[in-house]
Design a protein around this ligand. Sequence first.
Ligand code: NAG
Ligand code: NAG
Ligand code: NAG
Ligand code: NAG
Ligand code: NAG
Length: 387
Amino acid sequence: MEFQISRVYQNLLIIVALLICFSVIFYTYYQPTVSCLKWHTISGSNSCSDICINALKMPNQTEMVNNTCVVNITSIRNLLMQKEAVTQTDPDTILLIWMWPFRAKFDLGICRSLYNIHGCRLTDDRSQFKSAHGVLFHHGEIRENDMPTLQRPPFQKWIWMNMESPSNSAPHSTLNNLFNLTATYRQDSDIMVPYGQISEKTGGSTTYENPHKNKLVCWIVSNWNSNHKRLQYYENLKQHISIETYGRSFSRPVSKKDYSDLVSSCKFYLSFENSIHKDYITEKLYNPLKFGTVPVVLGPPRKNYEEFIPGNAFIHVDDFSSPKELAEHLKLLDQNESLYRQYFTWREHFVASTTYFGPEHACWACDHIRRYKKYRVVKDLNSWYWS
Ligand SMILES: *[C@@H]1O[C@H](CO)[C@@H](O)[C@H](O)[C@H]1NC(C)=O
Ligand SMILES: *[C@@H]1O[C@H](CO)[C@@H](O)[C@H](O)[C@H]1NC(C)=O
Ligand SMILES: *[C@@H]1O[C@H](CO)[C@@H](O)[C@H](O)[C@H]1NC(C)=O
Ligand SMILES: *[C@@H]1O[C@H](CO)[C@@H](O)[C@H](O)[C@H]1NC(C)=O
Ligand SMILES: *[C@@H]1O[C@H](CO)[C@@H](O)[C@H](O)[C@H]1NC(C)=O
């Protein structure tokens, strides 16, 4: 026993000795080239903490002399003060929200707190019209008799916001030659705001645990219209596989509170869009992605979906020649856990999120106006959107 302890002690001593030797050799021969291990300051005190950190961001203020970084503190201090002065005199961009989208107010400080966008000031105070750099109009609330009547300042941009598909909203005689920017889900908008997104995971583990499932296929639908393509598909599909249906149409409403638990308890969710348009890919897709369910999509072609989400994250009805064939595939996946799990591999590196309607449009629009000063007019908005 004693013998073993002293052996351990001996080994430890050898390791420590080796470490010391290595460090001595390292510091003797290692010559820093770019990174500064030694600092020398001139025109200031010898303490160099935050000033030197700033010097790292201003390589042109750092001089290498005999492997020592030489910085002139006075000169860096002056530059920092100049920078601060610039950001203080640069006025905020003002965005006037003419009508609250969906009549739902949100916190006017949200651009900074939620999206880290600085230099934007949102307001709903119409008396600031003359100084506003942008005015946001939500299509659903546009009324001909409730438009600004004052003369429009030359620098001011009007933004047209719409999240509904052309099938779900109507053209309006007042829309042409009025707006400067569009903010919709369409990729060809000036400010594109999708219904959700897949983004890189920042930190955290790459393993993903599937939520527990006790239902096979689920569908929540509140807008029942027999003209919708999705309805015909559903009628056919349910003859081949059992579908748990919820929502107003089935007199089984789902509360906000229960929504995520319900969706995540299903192996598959029918993400059937109510109308089919390029880029019109809604929360019906992003919610199941967020809550750990495999979406079965009906909407624009697969390649349009793949512009926004990984191809192995979803099943497209067009991947199958008939609803019967789709049903067979879903049953196969239900039986084979390893095949089913492949629809979740993207989660090792990505996460899904949904859009916060209104705030996202207002903040990105304001940020856009702040960055881009280009003149622009949307001439024929009606035919751009509705034809
Ligand atoms: C040095 O870099 C700083 C920060 O990037 C910049 O503000 C400054 O104008 C530069 N000065 C010169 C002389 O290039
Ligand atoms: C750099 O090192 C050399 C050799 O030690 C010395 O002669 C020279 O004066 C040093 N230069 C400065 C600016 O310290
Ligand atoms: C340090 O910078 C200040 C301000 O730019 C300048 O007046 C001064 O001469 C500099 N000092 C040295 C030693 O280069
Ligand atoms: C915005 O559009 C209107 C007409 O639609 C135009 O009169 C105005 O000059 C445009 N302004 C800017 C800054 O692009
Ligand atoms: C699941 O599918 C894979 C790939 O087709 C196959 O290799 C595996 O044997 C299947 N497992 C079961 C339990 O059927």
